[in-house]
Design a protein around this ligand. Structure first.
Ligand code: NI
Length: 139
């Protein structure tokens, strides 16, 4: 492990107060330093993900109403069209109408983003997000 370096950060008082409130709400970081380290690691993973020439991984989480036209069929067709990149998927029936689907995608950053855009951009998907990650390099 490399040595720890301390550095000062100048920040607007209101912005710092909001950051402290966020840290307290999330309860995951014990202090500002750990919270800042988490943000830096996130930024590095994002940057590495975008720039990586190697295979990357992402998860696409979607919520949709399965009654909405032929949405389920469209999402299925998209996944079949990219079967080589879609490793796994999970479907949860949230209630009488809504479904939650999580799709794990691998490939180049461009392939993963394109597939995620296709899924999330399908009309009727109420909410969704691509979460990007890597094979687990240490930061
Ligand atoms: Ni369902």
């Amino acid at each position: 492990m490399s040595k720890v370096v301390r550095f000062g950060v100048a920040m607007d008082e209101d912005l710092l107060a909001r950051f402290d409130a966020l840290v307290a709400r999330r309860g995951m970081a014990v202090n500002r330093s750990e919270a800042v380290r988490d943000l830096v690691r996130d930024a590095l993973v994002d940057a590495e993900w975008e720039e990586s020439p190697e295979e990357v991984v992402g998860t696409v989480t979607m919520v949709f109403d399965h009654h909405a036209s032929d949405l389920s069929d469209k999402l299925d067709a998209l996944q079949h069209a990219h079967f080589e990149n879609i490793i796994s998927s999970m479907h949860v029936h949230l209630d009488a109408h809504n479904c939650l689907e999580v799709v794990v995608v691998k490939g180049t950053a461009e392939q993963v983003r394109d597939i995620a855009d296709g899924l999330l951009g399908t009309k009727g998907v109420k909410h969704g997000k691509l979460v990007t990650t890597t094979h687990g390099r240490d930061f």
